[in-house]
Design a protein around this ligand. Sequence first.
Ligand SMILES: [Zn+2]
Length: 470
Amino acid sequence: MEQRIGAIIISLNIFLFFLYGRVLDYFIKNPIALINLTRNRNLLPIFLCIMLVLSLYIFKNNRIQNNLKLITKYLNQFSIGLVFVSIFTMGIHYDWTLVYKIKNFKGNEKKVELMSKLKTQTNLKNKLNPNIYFLIFDSYPNHRVLDHYYSFNDSGFVNNLISMGFNVNQNARSNYCFTGASINSTLSMRYLHLDSEFKTAYNQDNYIARFYSDNYVTNRLESEGYDIISNFNKEDKRFSYRKSLFLDDFVQLVIHLSMFRIIENELIVTQLRSETQSKLQFLKEFDPGNKPVFVAMHIMVPHSPFIFLHDGSRPKYFESAFGKFEDKNKFIEQVRFTGYEIIKILKNIKTHDPEAIIIVQADHGYGAEDDMKYLNRNSVAAANDMREQIPPSNYLDQRFGILNAIYSPISLGIRASSTPVNLFRFIFNKIFNENNKYLPDSSYFALIKQPYLFHDITDSLNKVNMLQTD
Ligand SMILES: [Zn+2]
């Protein structure tokens, strides 16, 4: 008798322990006015009291004492049921086309085709093989956006770049508002959402993600004998941080859903800081060998969460990892930190590799708290927003304004209004004598409600831009 009661109480408490994260998520989505239960410091004591009260209730309750056998039986069936539900949920969420990924892929990037195409070209004599650095700093805005919307003047950084010989487009803009479409369209030298395969793809996310590993730019450079050093597809051993247990998806899920949730933010911050620092460190020390290299790195700053103060130190108060509370000052701190790091990296590259072409660019800008409304699938703001309309142009202006600085020892002839989709068309025309036409420089926005329905918002951006530069 005693043992069974004990077992039931332990099961109940384990169950509640692993339910904690879910309960917290519920209150984050449905906040109540009476007391703020979206924070651990308020929810945890209440939750612990409930656990204690329920345990005592089971211990004292006569009816439970009398039906122990039956209750144990139901509890066992319930557990088996839970396992099946989990497996079923995983099954329906998995994108099964991934299994047939290789078979289905019909991009024109295939390496074999590319090689045979190159063999038929005859004018390969005057080819240059400069090292190319393609460095993406996620969400780094351009000079004008920082000045206009944040009253932050980054002239120090811009002038530093200019004094190193960089061409800085202080008004640059991206083609897309999120990472995958942006980086992969740059590397594919075309607007991927216009592909006919994109429109019919079962999972459009995966269609775009495929180009991280199989894109025209990387394949062309590889076929020219370039060594590819990149973290776009998977982490390269040369700059990978030490594997920590926390990296495991399952461990992360357990932490997120259970009462371990109370230490989640601390763990995430530590992990993200070391991931970013190890990549920055790699670039600050990188020394190319004799083989031509293409260094393509995507670095997750100044993108939120805000985990670096301008001097690289760790902020004392850290509120919610992925953003309920994102404040402009914290963003600027992280922008400044990133700026200092970029300068250190470029000094290293210019010392070891003075003949290289260096591109420092953002994949998209940053729309502050409005990003939650338009681009965050899970936010309260998104749920309350009608989301049928294209956001106001002031928001778009911030979300599409990107850092863009290019250094090249040979003139690439890049137009002032050029956008990333044309970047490698200019570069390859110059260094490989390719004959790429230039695409119209357009920007496309997609609301999170219909994430792959792209709206051409180029005119809207042009208008804000004209008003501000007048
Ligand atoms: Zn991004």
